[in-house]
Design a protein around this ligand. Structure first.
Ligand SMILES: Cc1cc2nc3c(=O)[nH]c(=O)nc-3n(C[C@H](O)[C@H](O)[C@H](O)COP(=O)(O)OP(=O)(O)OC[C@H]3O[C@@H](n4cnc5c(N)ncnc54)[C@H](O)[C@@H]3O)c2cc1C
Length: 605
């Protein structure tokens, strides 16, 4: 077949914060940069981010610095993080935030005109630079404007379906345009994958339609390793009622501004279970918790601001033990602050404008007057493509990864705010090192036989239309989401996950029969059929890693192994594609942390 072909030095797949930042940096490195994204520029998932960007600027509390941020991140990740990434992230995030400001981002301000920072779960001091609760929008807008002016070529509404290699090294990608369904080949010696997460593998999720695990799956099938895929974050506060807003996130900033969690008895149940390693940092009474949210530096944070994994499990416990809300969650109440603050309604509307408008318009709930009914929602994946901490290169030469699709920085659990900082810190690094790689290596040869077979595979669902046993891709997707939610969700056990592993085999067989009607133009059924391969790949990786990790840690909770296992605290789960096409799993020992970083953790206990 003949394909339109484009040539770049660095090709970035994904135009969220990580992809845009990578493209900007690669372009600054003097190479020719192309950027491909599935949706329109400016619509990547990053745009939905609400609460803020974690960076130890120390503007609100001058006790903050990179060391405290590093220690918080490692504690939150329960020490299976890539410590080098956690170190670089904590050290470089402040500069990346200041740089955004220099490029035009208009952050909320302290009274003396510096970037304002807010409290968030697991962060010892107010650390999140923010723009109301629309921080992601400002971040994307700023990077997009800056990127466009650098002269990056952007291909919008293109889906990459295959990574192409030459002699073991990356050589380019095959993509199709979603409008017309036409194929394009892009060749480049360096490719940065920045495709975000996997939330659409689950039924209840805060994630957008784009989150089908494409980058994880593309990299895996190209020979890259994935690590720690069992660590999926269920954000504790997704709306569960009414149905018009089900799954939509209620930002942690609501709790940062004083919102409290209540069970059906009206009790603040988070005070009932404070983990030992957080006890010294956590308020033991409501009064102290309130003072913390209002900036009292002598107060400790309220237990509602413990890490997400813990809060999600406490909510689960309340529901299981019969103290849940009418629709199977608990209540999140910010309206109560009217008892403490004059003008509380204005205050809430000013601090949380999107929360207020979104729920008023979509659900007729006025959060300044009434509580929200919330429960855990699939939100983020800590696991992903294994990368070198400094360069972001994967185990495939020339293939880089950054942002949510890459793994390491967050360990077993991500602190809120650490993703927006991750994507700008490591997006920059990925762009810088991809440009360097491209300068040092000539482009590889595109294997036309590989391109043809990948293109043919992409078109197979059309050929199956009307065949006996043909399957509807939407039904397969629905069944997969139901199954993952039920069997590999927030609370896991061996028997259910073995059932999931068997169900995945069946779903794979059904996917081989997935059929679509019509033609390639504007055909969402076809797009869904193509998403299935990615969703199934990431679901299998999550399931087999979760079976192997026979302990509970961070986002991974097993009722049959409810405690942490000392040995598991020293390993990452690694999956890669074996020669026979199966998914092979091994445990890799985490490299020893240098003494100076151990000391930083010790000093910040
Ligand atoms: C509601 C919500 C609120 C959040 N709030 C915060 C917050 O306040 N602070 C924080 O730190 N984190 C927050 N997060 C998490 C954070 O927003 C994400 O983790 C982060 O934005 C991911 O950025 P990214 O650049 O890795 O990916 P994305 O922004 O998702 O970008 C992925 C890009 O890849 C493209 N893509 C995907 N697949 C393909 C393909 N096959 N071919 C071509 N292109 C492809 C997409 O089109 C998109 O352009 C929030 C998440 C949600 C859902």
């Amino acid at each position: 077949m003949e394909y339109e072909t484009h040539q770049y030095d660095v090709l970035v797949v994904g135009a969220g914060g990580a992809g845009l930042r990578a493209a900007i940096e690669a372009s600054a490195g003097g190479v020719k940069v192309g950027l491909i994204c599935k949706s329109l520029l400016g619509k990547a998932h990053t745009v939905m981010a609400e609460g803020g960007i974690a960076a130890s600027l120390g503007n609100v509390d001058d006790r903050d610095n990179w060391k405290v941020h590093f220690a918080d991140t490692m504690r939150g990740g329960q020490y299976v993080n890539n410590w080098r990434m956690a170190e670089l992230h904590a050290k470089e995030a402040p500069d990346r935030v200041r740089e955004l400001e220099a490029w035009g981002a208009v952050f909320d301000r302290t009274k003396d005109g510096r970037i304002l920072q807010r409290n968030f779960g697991g962060h010892r001091y107010p650390r999140l630079a923010h723009v109301g609760d629309r921080t992601g929008l400002e971040l994307i807008r700023t990077l997009q404007d800056h990127g466009i002016h650098r002269g990056i070529d952007v291909f919008m509404e293109y889906t990459v379906v295959e990574l192409l290699k030459d002699d073991g090294r990356i050589a380019g990608v095959l993509a199709y345009d979603r409008e017309r369904g036409r194929f394009k080949v892009f060749s480049a010696p360096a490719v940065v994958v920045a495709t975000g997460g996997i939330g659409r593998a689950y039924r209840i999720t805060s994630n957008s339609w784009e989150y089908t695990g494409d980058g994880h799956s593309l990299a895996y099938h190209a020979g890259a390793e994935l690590i720690d895929m069992e660590f999926v974050q269920f954000h504790p506060t997704g709306m569960i009622w009414p149905p018009s807003v089900q799954g939509i996130l209620v930002t942690e900033a609501v709790r940062g501004e004083g919102g409290v969690l209540l069970n059906s008895k009206g009790r603040r149940f988070m005070f009932d279970d404070i983990p030992e390693n957080y006890r010294s940092q956590t308020a033991d009474n409501e009064e102290e918790g309130w003072r913390y949210t209002q900036g009292d530096k002598t107060a400790r944070r309220p237990p509602e601001l413990l890490t997400r994994d813990h809060v999600a499990r406490c909510i689960n416990r309340e529901v299981k033990e019969g103290r849940g809300s009418p629709h199977g969650g608990v209540f999140l109440d910010i309206a109560w602050i009217t008892a403490r603050l004059p003008n509380s309604e204005d205050h809430i509307r000013r601090k949380l404008p999107s929360m207020y408008h979104q729920f008023k318009q979509l659900a007729d709930i006025d959060i300044t007057k009434e509580p929200m009914e919330i429960g855990p929602t699939t939100h983020y994946i800590m696991g992903g493509i294994r990368v070198d901490g400094d360069t972001q290169m994967s185990s495939v030469p020339g293939l880089f990864a950054a942002g949510e699709c890459a793994a390491g920085i967050n360990g077993a659990n991500r602190l809120g705010g650490n993703s927006l900082s991750d994507i700008i810190v490591f997006g920059k690094r990925a762009g810088e090192y991809a440009a360097k790689f491209a300068r040092d290596h000539a482009g590889g040869k595109i294997d036309s036989a590989h391109v043809d077979s990948a293109a043919r595979k992409t078109l197979e669902p059309f050929e199956r239309a009307g065949a006996s046993g043909a399957e509807n891709p939407y039904s397969i997707q629905h069944d997969l989401q139901e199954m993952m939610q039920r069997l590999v969700g927030i609370v896991r056990n061996e028997a259910e996950m073995q059932e999931a592993a068997a169900a995945l085999k069946q779903l794979n067989a059904r996917t081989a029969r997935a059929a679509v009607h019509g033609h390639r133009e504007y055909n969402p059924g076809w797009h869904t059929a193509l998403d299935l391969r990615n969703l199934l790949t990431v679901s299998e990786a999550i399931t087999i890693c979760a079976i192997e990790r026979k302990e509970s840690r961070g986002g991974h909770f097993r009722e049959d192994f409810p405690d942490k296992g000392a040995d598991f605290g020293k390993v990452n789960m690694v999956v890669r594609k074996a020669k026979d096409g199966s998914m092979e799993l091994r445990r890799d020992t985490i490299p020893e942390m240098p003494a100076e970083l151990k000391q930083v953790i010790e000093e910040n206990k």
